[in-house]
Design a protein around this ligand. Structure first.
Ligand code: C2E
Ligand code: MG
Ligand code: MG
Length: 662
């Protein structure tokens, strides 16, 4: 028997037992009341018998009794004749007549006995007042045999005897004891029958109730099982739903809390699913969802869970899977989902974005993990990156950065930003070739802040657009302002991913250059390599736009990102800026030297100008020179300089400082 059936049976037994209790109670009550009714019947029969005797056999002697005299022998004889036949121990035990003083004046068992003593006991007093006493009693209750009472079960009746001439005048009392046994026996037979019918009926009733209960319990169970299933599963794919998913995550966390193994949770979201729904119809949308669900489940191990969280969003729980394994599993899932399928004869290539987070490193409960996986998903979607692991940087403005956003808005409005200019030098000649504009925020309380203090937050808001425009305008304005002193020099400006996604940005730059009458060839826009990875398509478009306008593009922090070689060859950039992490190690690490050498080689083969940033030591510079690097930037020459210092440098005063200014 499976557990469901035994659960139903247990429930049924419980209900049937509960139903048995009132039915049994009813049986007891009915039996009791029938017994009482039968006893009352017996009393009524005895009373009737007494009344009959009173009215017929005693009638002729009533007035004698009322005369208050000792009964005459004639009367006594008459009474004897009228009553002896009655008192035969089967119909009547005792028949006595008492006068109004309670004295026994005639006893059918002892017809010749003399009258006894007056006896006005309670029963007699009631009768003398016109009442009737009738009930169960022990006949001869006082008789004792060997210390045990030997009374016989009887019904006693005390009836008033009334005068024949005055029907309301009580002239004596008739005392009658009738054996109870024969009446009881007669009743017992009827009672037995009644009991059989009664109990049989109740048994049938109970069986009917039990049968109904059985059917109801089973139905309720089936229904509740169905409801439970529905409440925890997605009807379309049959997958666990969001509620069950959360439960599974929690379960996995609890289980792994003991083993210490990680748990990865991922949220998978289909890209452009709405388009499929809108163009091919909901039925095809459903087919696609089912197909994706199947593909996903086929990739999972038995302990993993794939759930549909709603719409085109799925959740995955991968217990015991750490960051590295999760990455490869999710990459594979993304790949599998992306296989082409046909819907109504039309080839469709689904694409999924996946965000994931890891317990315990990135959150300690379901809620945190889900939110973080969600953030990673947004980042993945936003950047068209496919699979993204949660990282702190993805965190949206938290409470403290909310304050920072407000301050930044203020800062943009009140122009609290400043630019520093870091020189760029040609390695072979030592000649200044240009500047890179680096922004600083002169915070009213916290002093001069570097980009790392605010750029992350600023980049999450639209304010970054205003800042970049200001930086570009100021830096280019400055270049124009330096005039002849800076002739032939370039000015580099950094832009962030969000700027690159703004389709109006490139044309804005172009317009500003026209307004400033500045040669676009002197302008370099620096885009970090990681920015390219977040949204390759749009970054490429943006770069092409800049290139078309004659503006140079530099690939900043090269080596940090993962630009593929094919991507690199199609990017219309003119400069590679090797990340300072590698440059700074050129004098100590052979590996770094090899990487830098490869980057320089690669850049040159693609016809790019190669710049090393973060050059701090003469040894590094030497190594870079040997490797054929074109230009360098770093504290060895100068840190970011204030405008007057940069101007002094241009005026030929020489290197102002090799010590970094913030
Ligand atoms: P970046 O574009 O790679 O800029 C070079 C960073 O390296 C600058 O930091 C500079 O001060 C620092 N640096 C220069 N020479 C050396 C050196 O020899 N050793 C070391 N250790 N560091 C050196 P900074 O100014 O703090 O800027 C950091 C980053 O902030 C920049 O990296 C750039 O990505 C970003 N940034 C700066 N200004 C702007 C801006 O106006 N707009 C945007 N979107 N980003 C900016
Ligand atoms: Mg830069
Ligand atoms: Mg850089």
């Amino acid at each position: 028997m499976n557990s469901e059936a035994s659960r139903s049976l247990r429930r049924f037994v419980a209900y049937a037992t509960i139903a048995f209790v009132p039915i049994f109670g009813l049986a007891v009550v009915l039996t009791r009341t029938t017994a009482i009714a039968s006893q009352q019947d017996a009393v009524a029969a005895a009373l009737l018998q007494a009344q009959t005797i009173n009215r017929s056999a005693l009638r002729p002697f009533v007035d004698e009794l009322g005369s208050n005299q000792t009964l005459s022998p004639t009367v006594r004889e008459g009474l004897k004749a009228a009553t002896t036949a009655l008192v035969d121990n089967t119909t009547v035990f005792r028949l006595r007549l008492r006068d109004i003083s309670g004295r026994v004046v005639f006893d059918a068992l002892h017809p010749n006995a003399l009258p006894g003593q007056p006896d006005l006991n309670e029963d007699i007093a009631v009768v003398l007042a016109g009442g009737i006493v009738a009930g169960r009693a022990q006949f001869g209750a006082d008789a004792v045999d060997g210390g045990r009472p030997v009374g016989v079960d009887a019904i006693e009746v005390y009836l008033p005897i009334v005068s024949s001439s005055a029907p309301f005048r009580v002239v004596g009392v008739l005392e009658l004891y009738v054996p109870y046994a024969p009446i009881a026996a007669a009743h017992a037979a009827t009672l037995r029958q009644t009991y059989i019918v009664l109990l049989g009926g109740l048994l049938v009733l109970w069986l009917v109730v039990a049968a109904i209960l059985w059917s109801v319990t089973s139905r309720v169970h089936r229904q509740s099982d169905a409801n439970k299933y529905l409440s925890l599963h997605d009807p379309l794919t049959g997958m666990p739903n969001r509620a069950l998913f959360a439960d599974r995550v929690e379960h996995a966390i609890n289980a792994n809390a003991r083993t210490g193994l990680p748990v990865s949770i991922a949220i998978v979201d289909l890209d452009r699913f709405k388009e499929v729904n809108d163009t091919l119809g909901h039925a095809n949308g459903d087919i696609l969802l089912n197909c994706v669900a199947q593909r996903m489940m086929q990739e999972l191990r038995p302990g993993d869970t794939a759930a549909r969280l709603g719409g085109d969003e799925f959740g995955l729980v991968l217990p015991g899977v750490g960051a590295q394994a999760a990455r490869s599993i999710l990459d594979r899932i993304q790949l599998v989902i992306g296989r082409e399928l046909e819907l109504d004869g039309i080839p469709v290539t689904p694409n999924a974005s996946i965000g994931w987070a890891e317990w315990p490193e990135q959150g300690n409960d379901v809620d945190h993990l889900m939110r973080r996986a969600d953030l990673a998903l947004y980042a993945a979607k936003d950047a068209g990156m496919g699979v993204v692991r949660y990282a702190y940087e993805l965190q949206p403005a938290d409470v403290s950065s909310l304050g920072l956003v407000a301050e930044l808005r203020h800062a943009v409005a009140k122009n609290e930003f400043e630019l520093l200019y870091q020189p760029k030098v040609e390695i072979n000649t030592g000649q200044l070739v240009g500047f890179e504009a680096l922004v600083r925020w002169r915070h009213p309380e916290r002093g001069l802040l570097a980009p790392s203090d605010f750029m992350n937050v600023l980049e999450t808001t639209a304010l970054i657009g205003s800042l970049t425009r200001w930086v570009f305008d100021t830096a280019m304005g400055q270049l124009v302002d330096w005039g002849e002193a800076a002739s032939g020099l370039s000015m580099s400006v950094n832009v962030s991913v969000r700027n690159v996604r703004d389709p109006s940005m490139a044309s804005w730059f172009e317009q500003r250059l026209v307004a400033l009458e500045l040669d676009p060839a002197r302008v370099i826009i620096e885009i970090t390599e990681t920015a390219i990875a977040t949204d390759p398509r749009r970054v490429m478009e943006h770069i092409a736009q800049l290139d078309a306008a004659g503006i140079n593009v530099s690939l900043d922090d090269f080596g940090q990102g993962y630009t593929s070689l094919s991507q690199l060859s199609t990017l219309r950039v003119s400069e590679l800026k090797i990340d300072r992490e590698f440059t700074s190690l050129t004098h100590s690490s052979l590996k770094a030297v090899n990487i830098v050498a490869a980057a320089i080689e690669l850049g040159h083969r693609l016809g790019l100008n190669v710049v090393a940033e973060g050059v701090e030591s003469a040894q590094s510079l030497e190594a870079l020179r040997d490797l054929g690097c074109d230009e360098a930037q770093g504290y060895l020459f100068a840190g970011p300089l204030s405008e007057p210092d940069a101007r002094a440098l241009l005026a030929g005063v020489g290197w102002v400082s090799a010590v970094p200014t913030r």
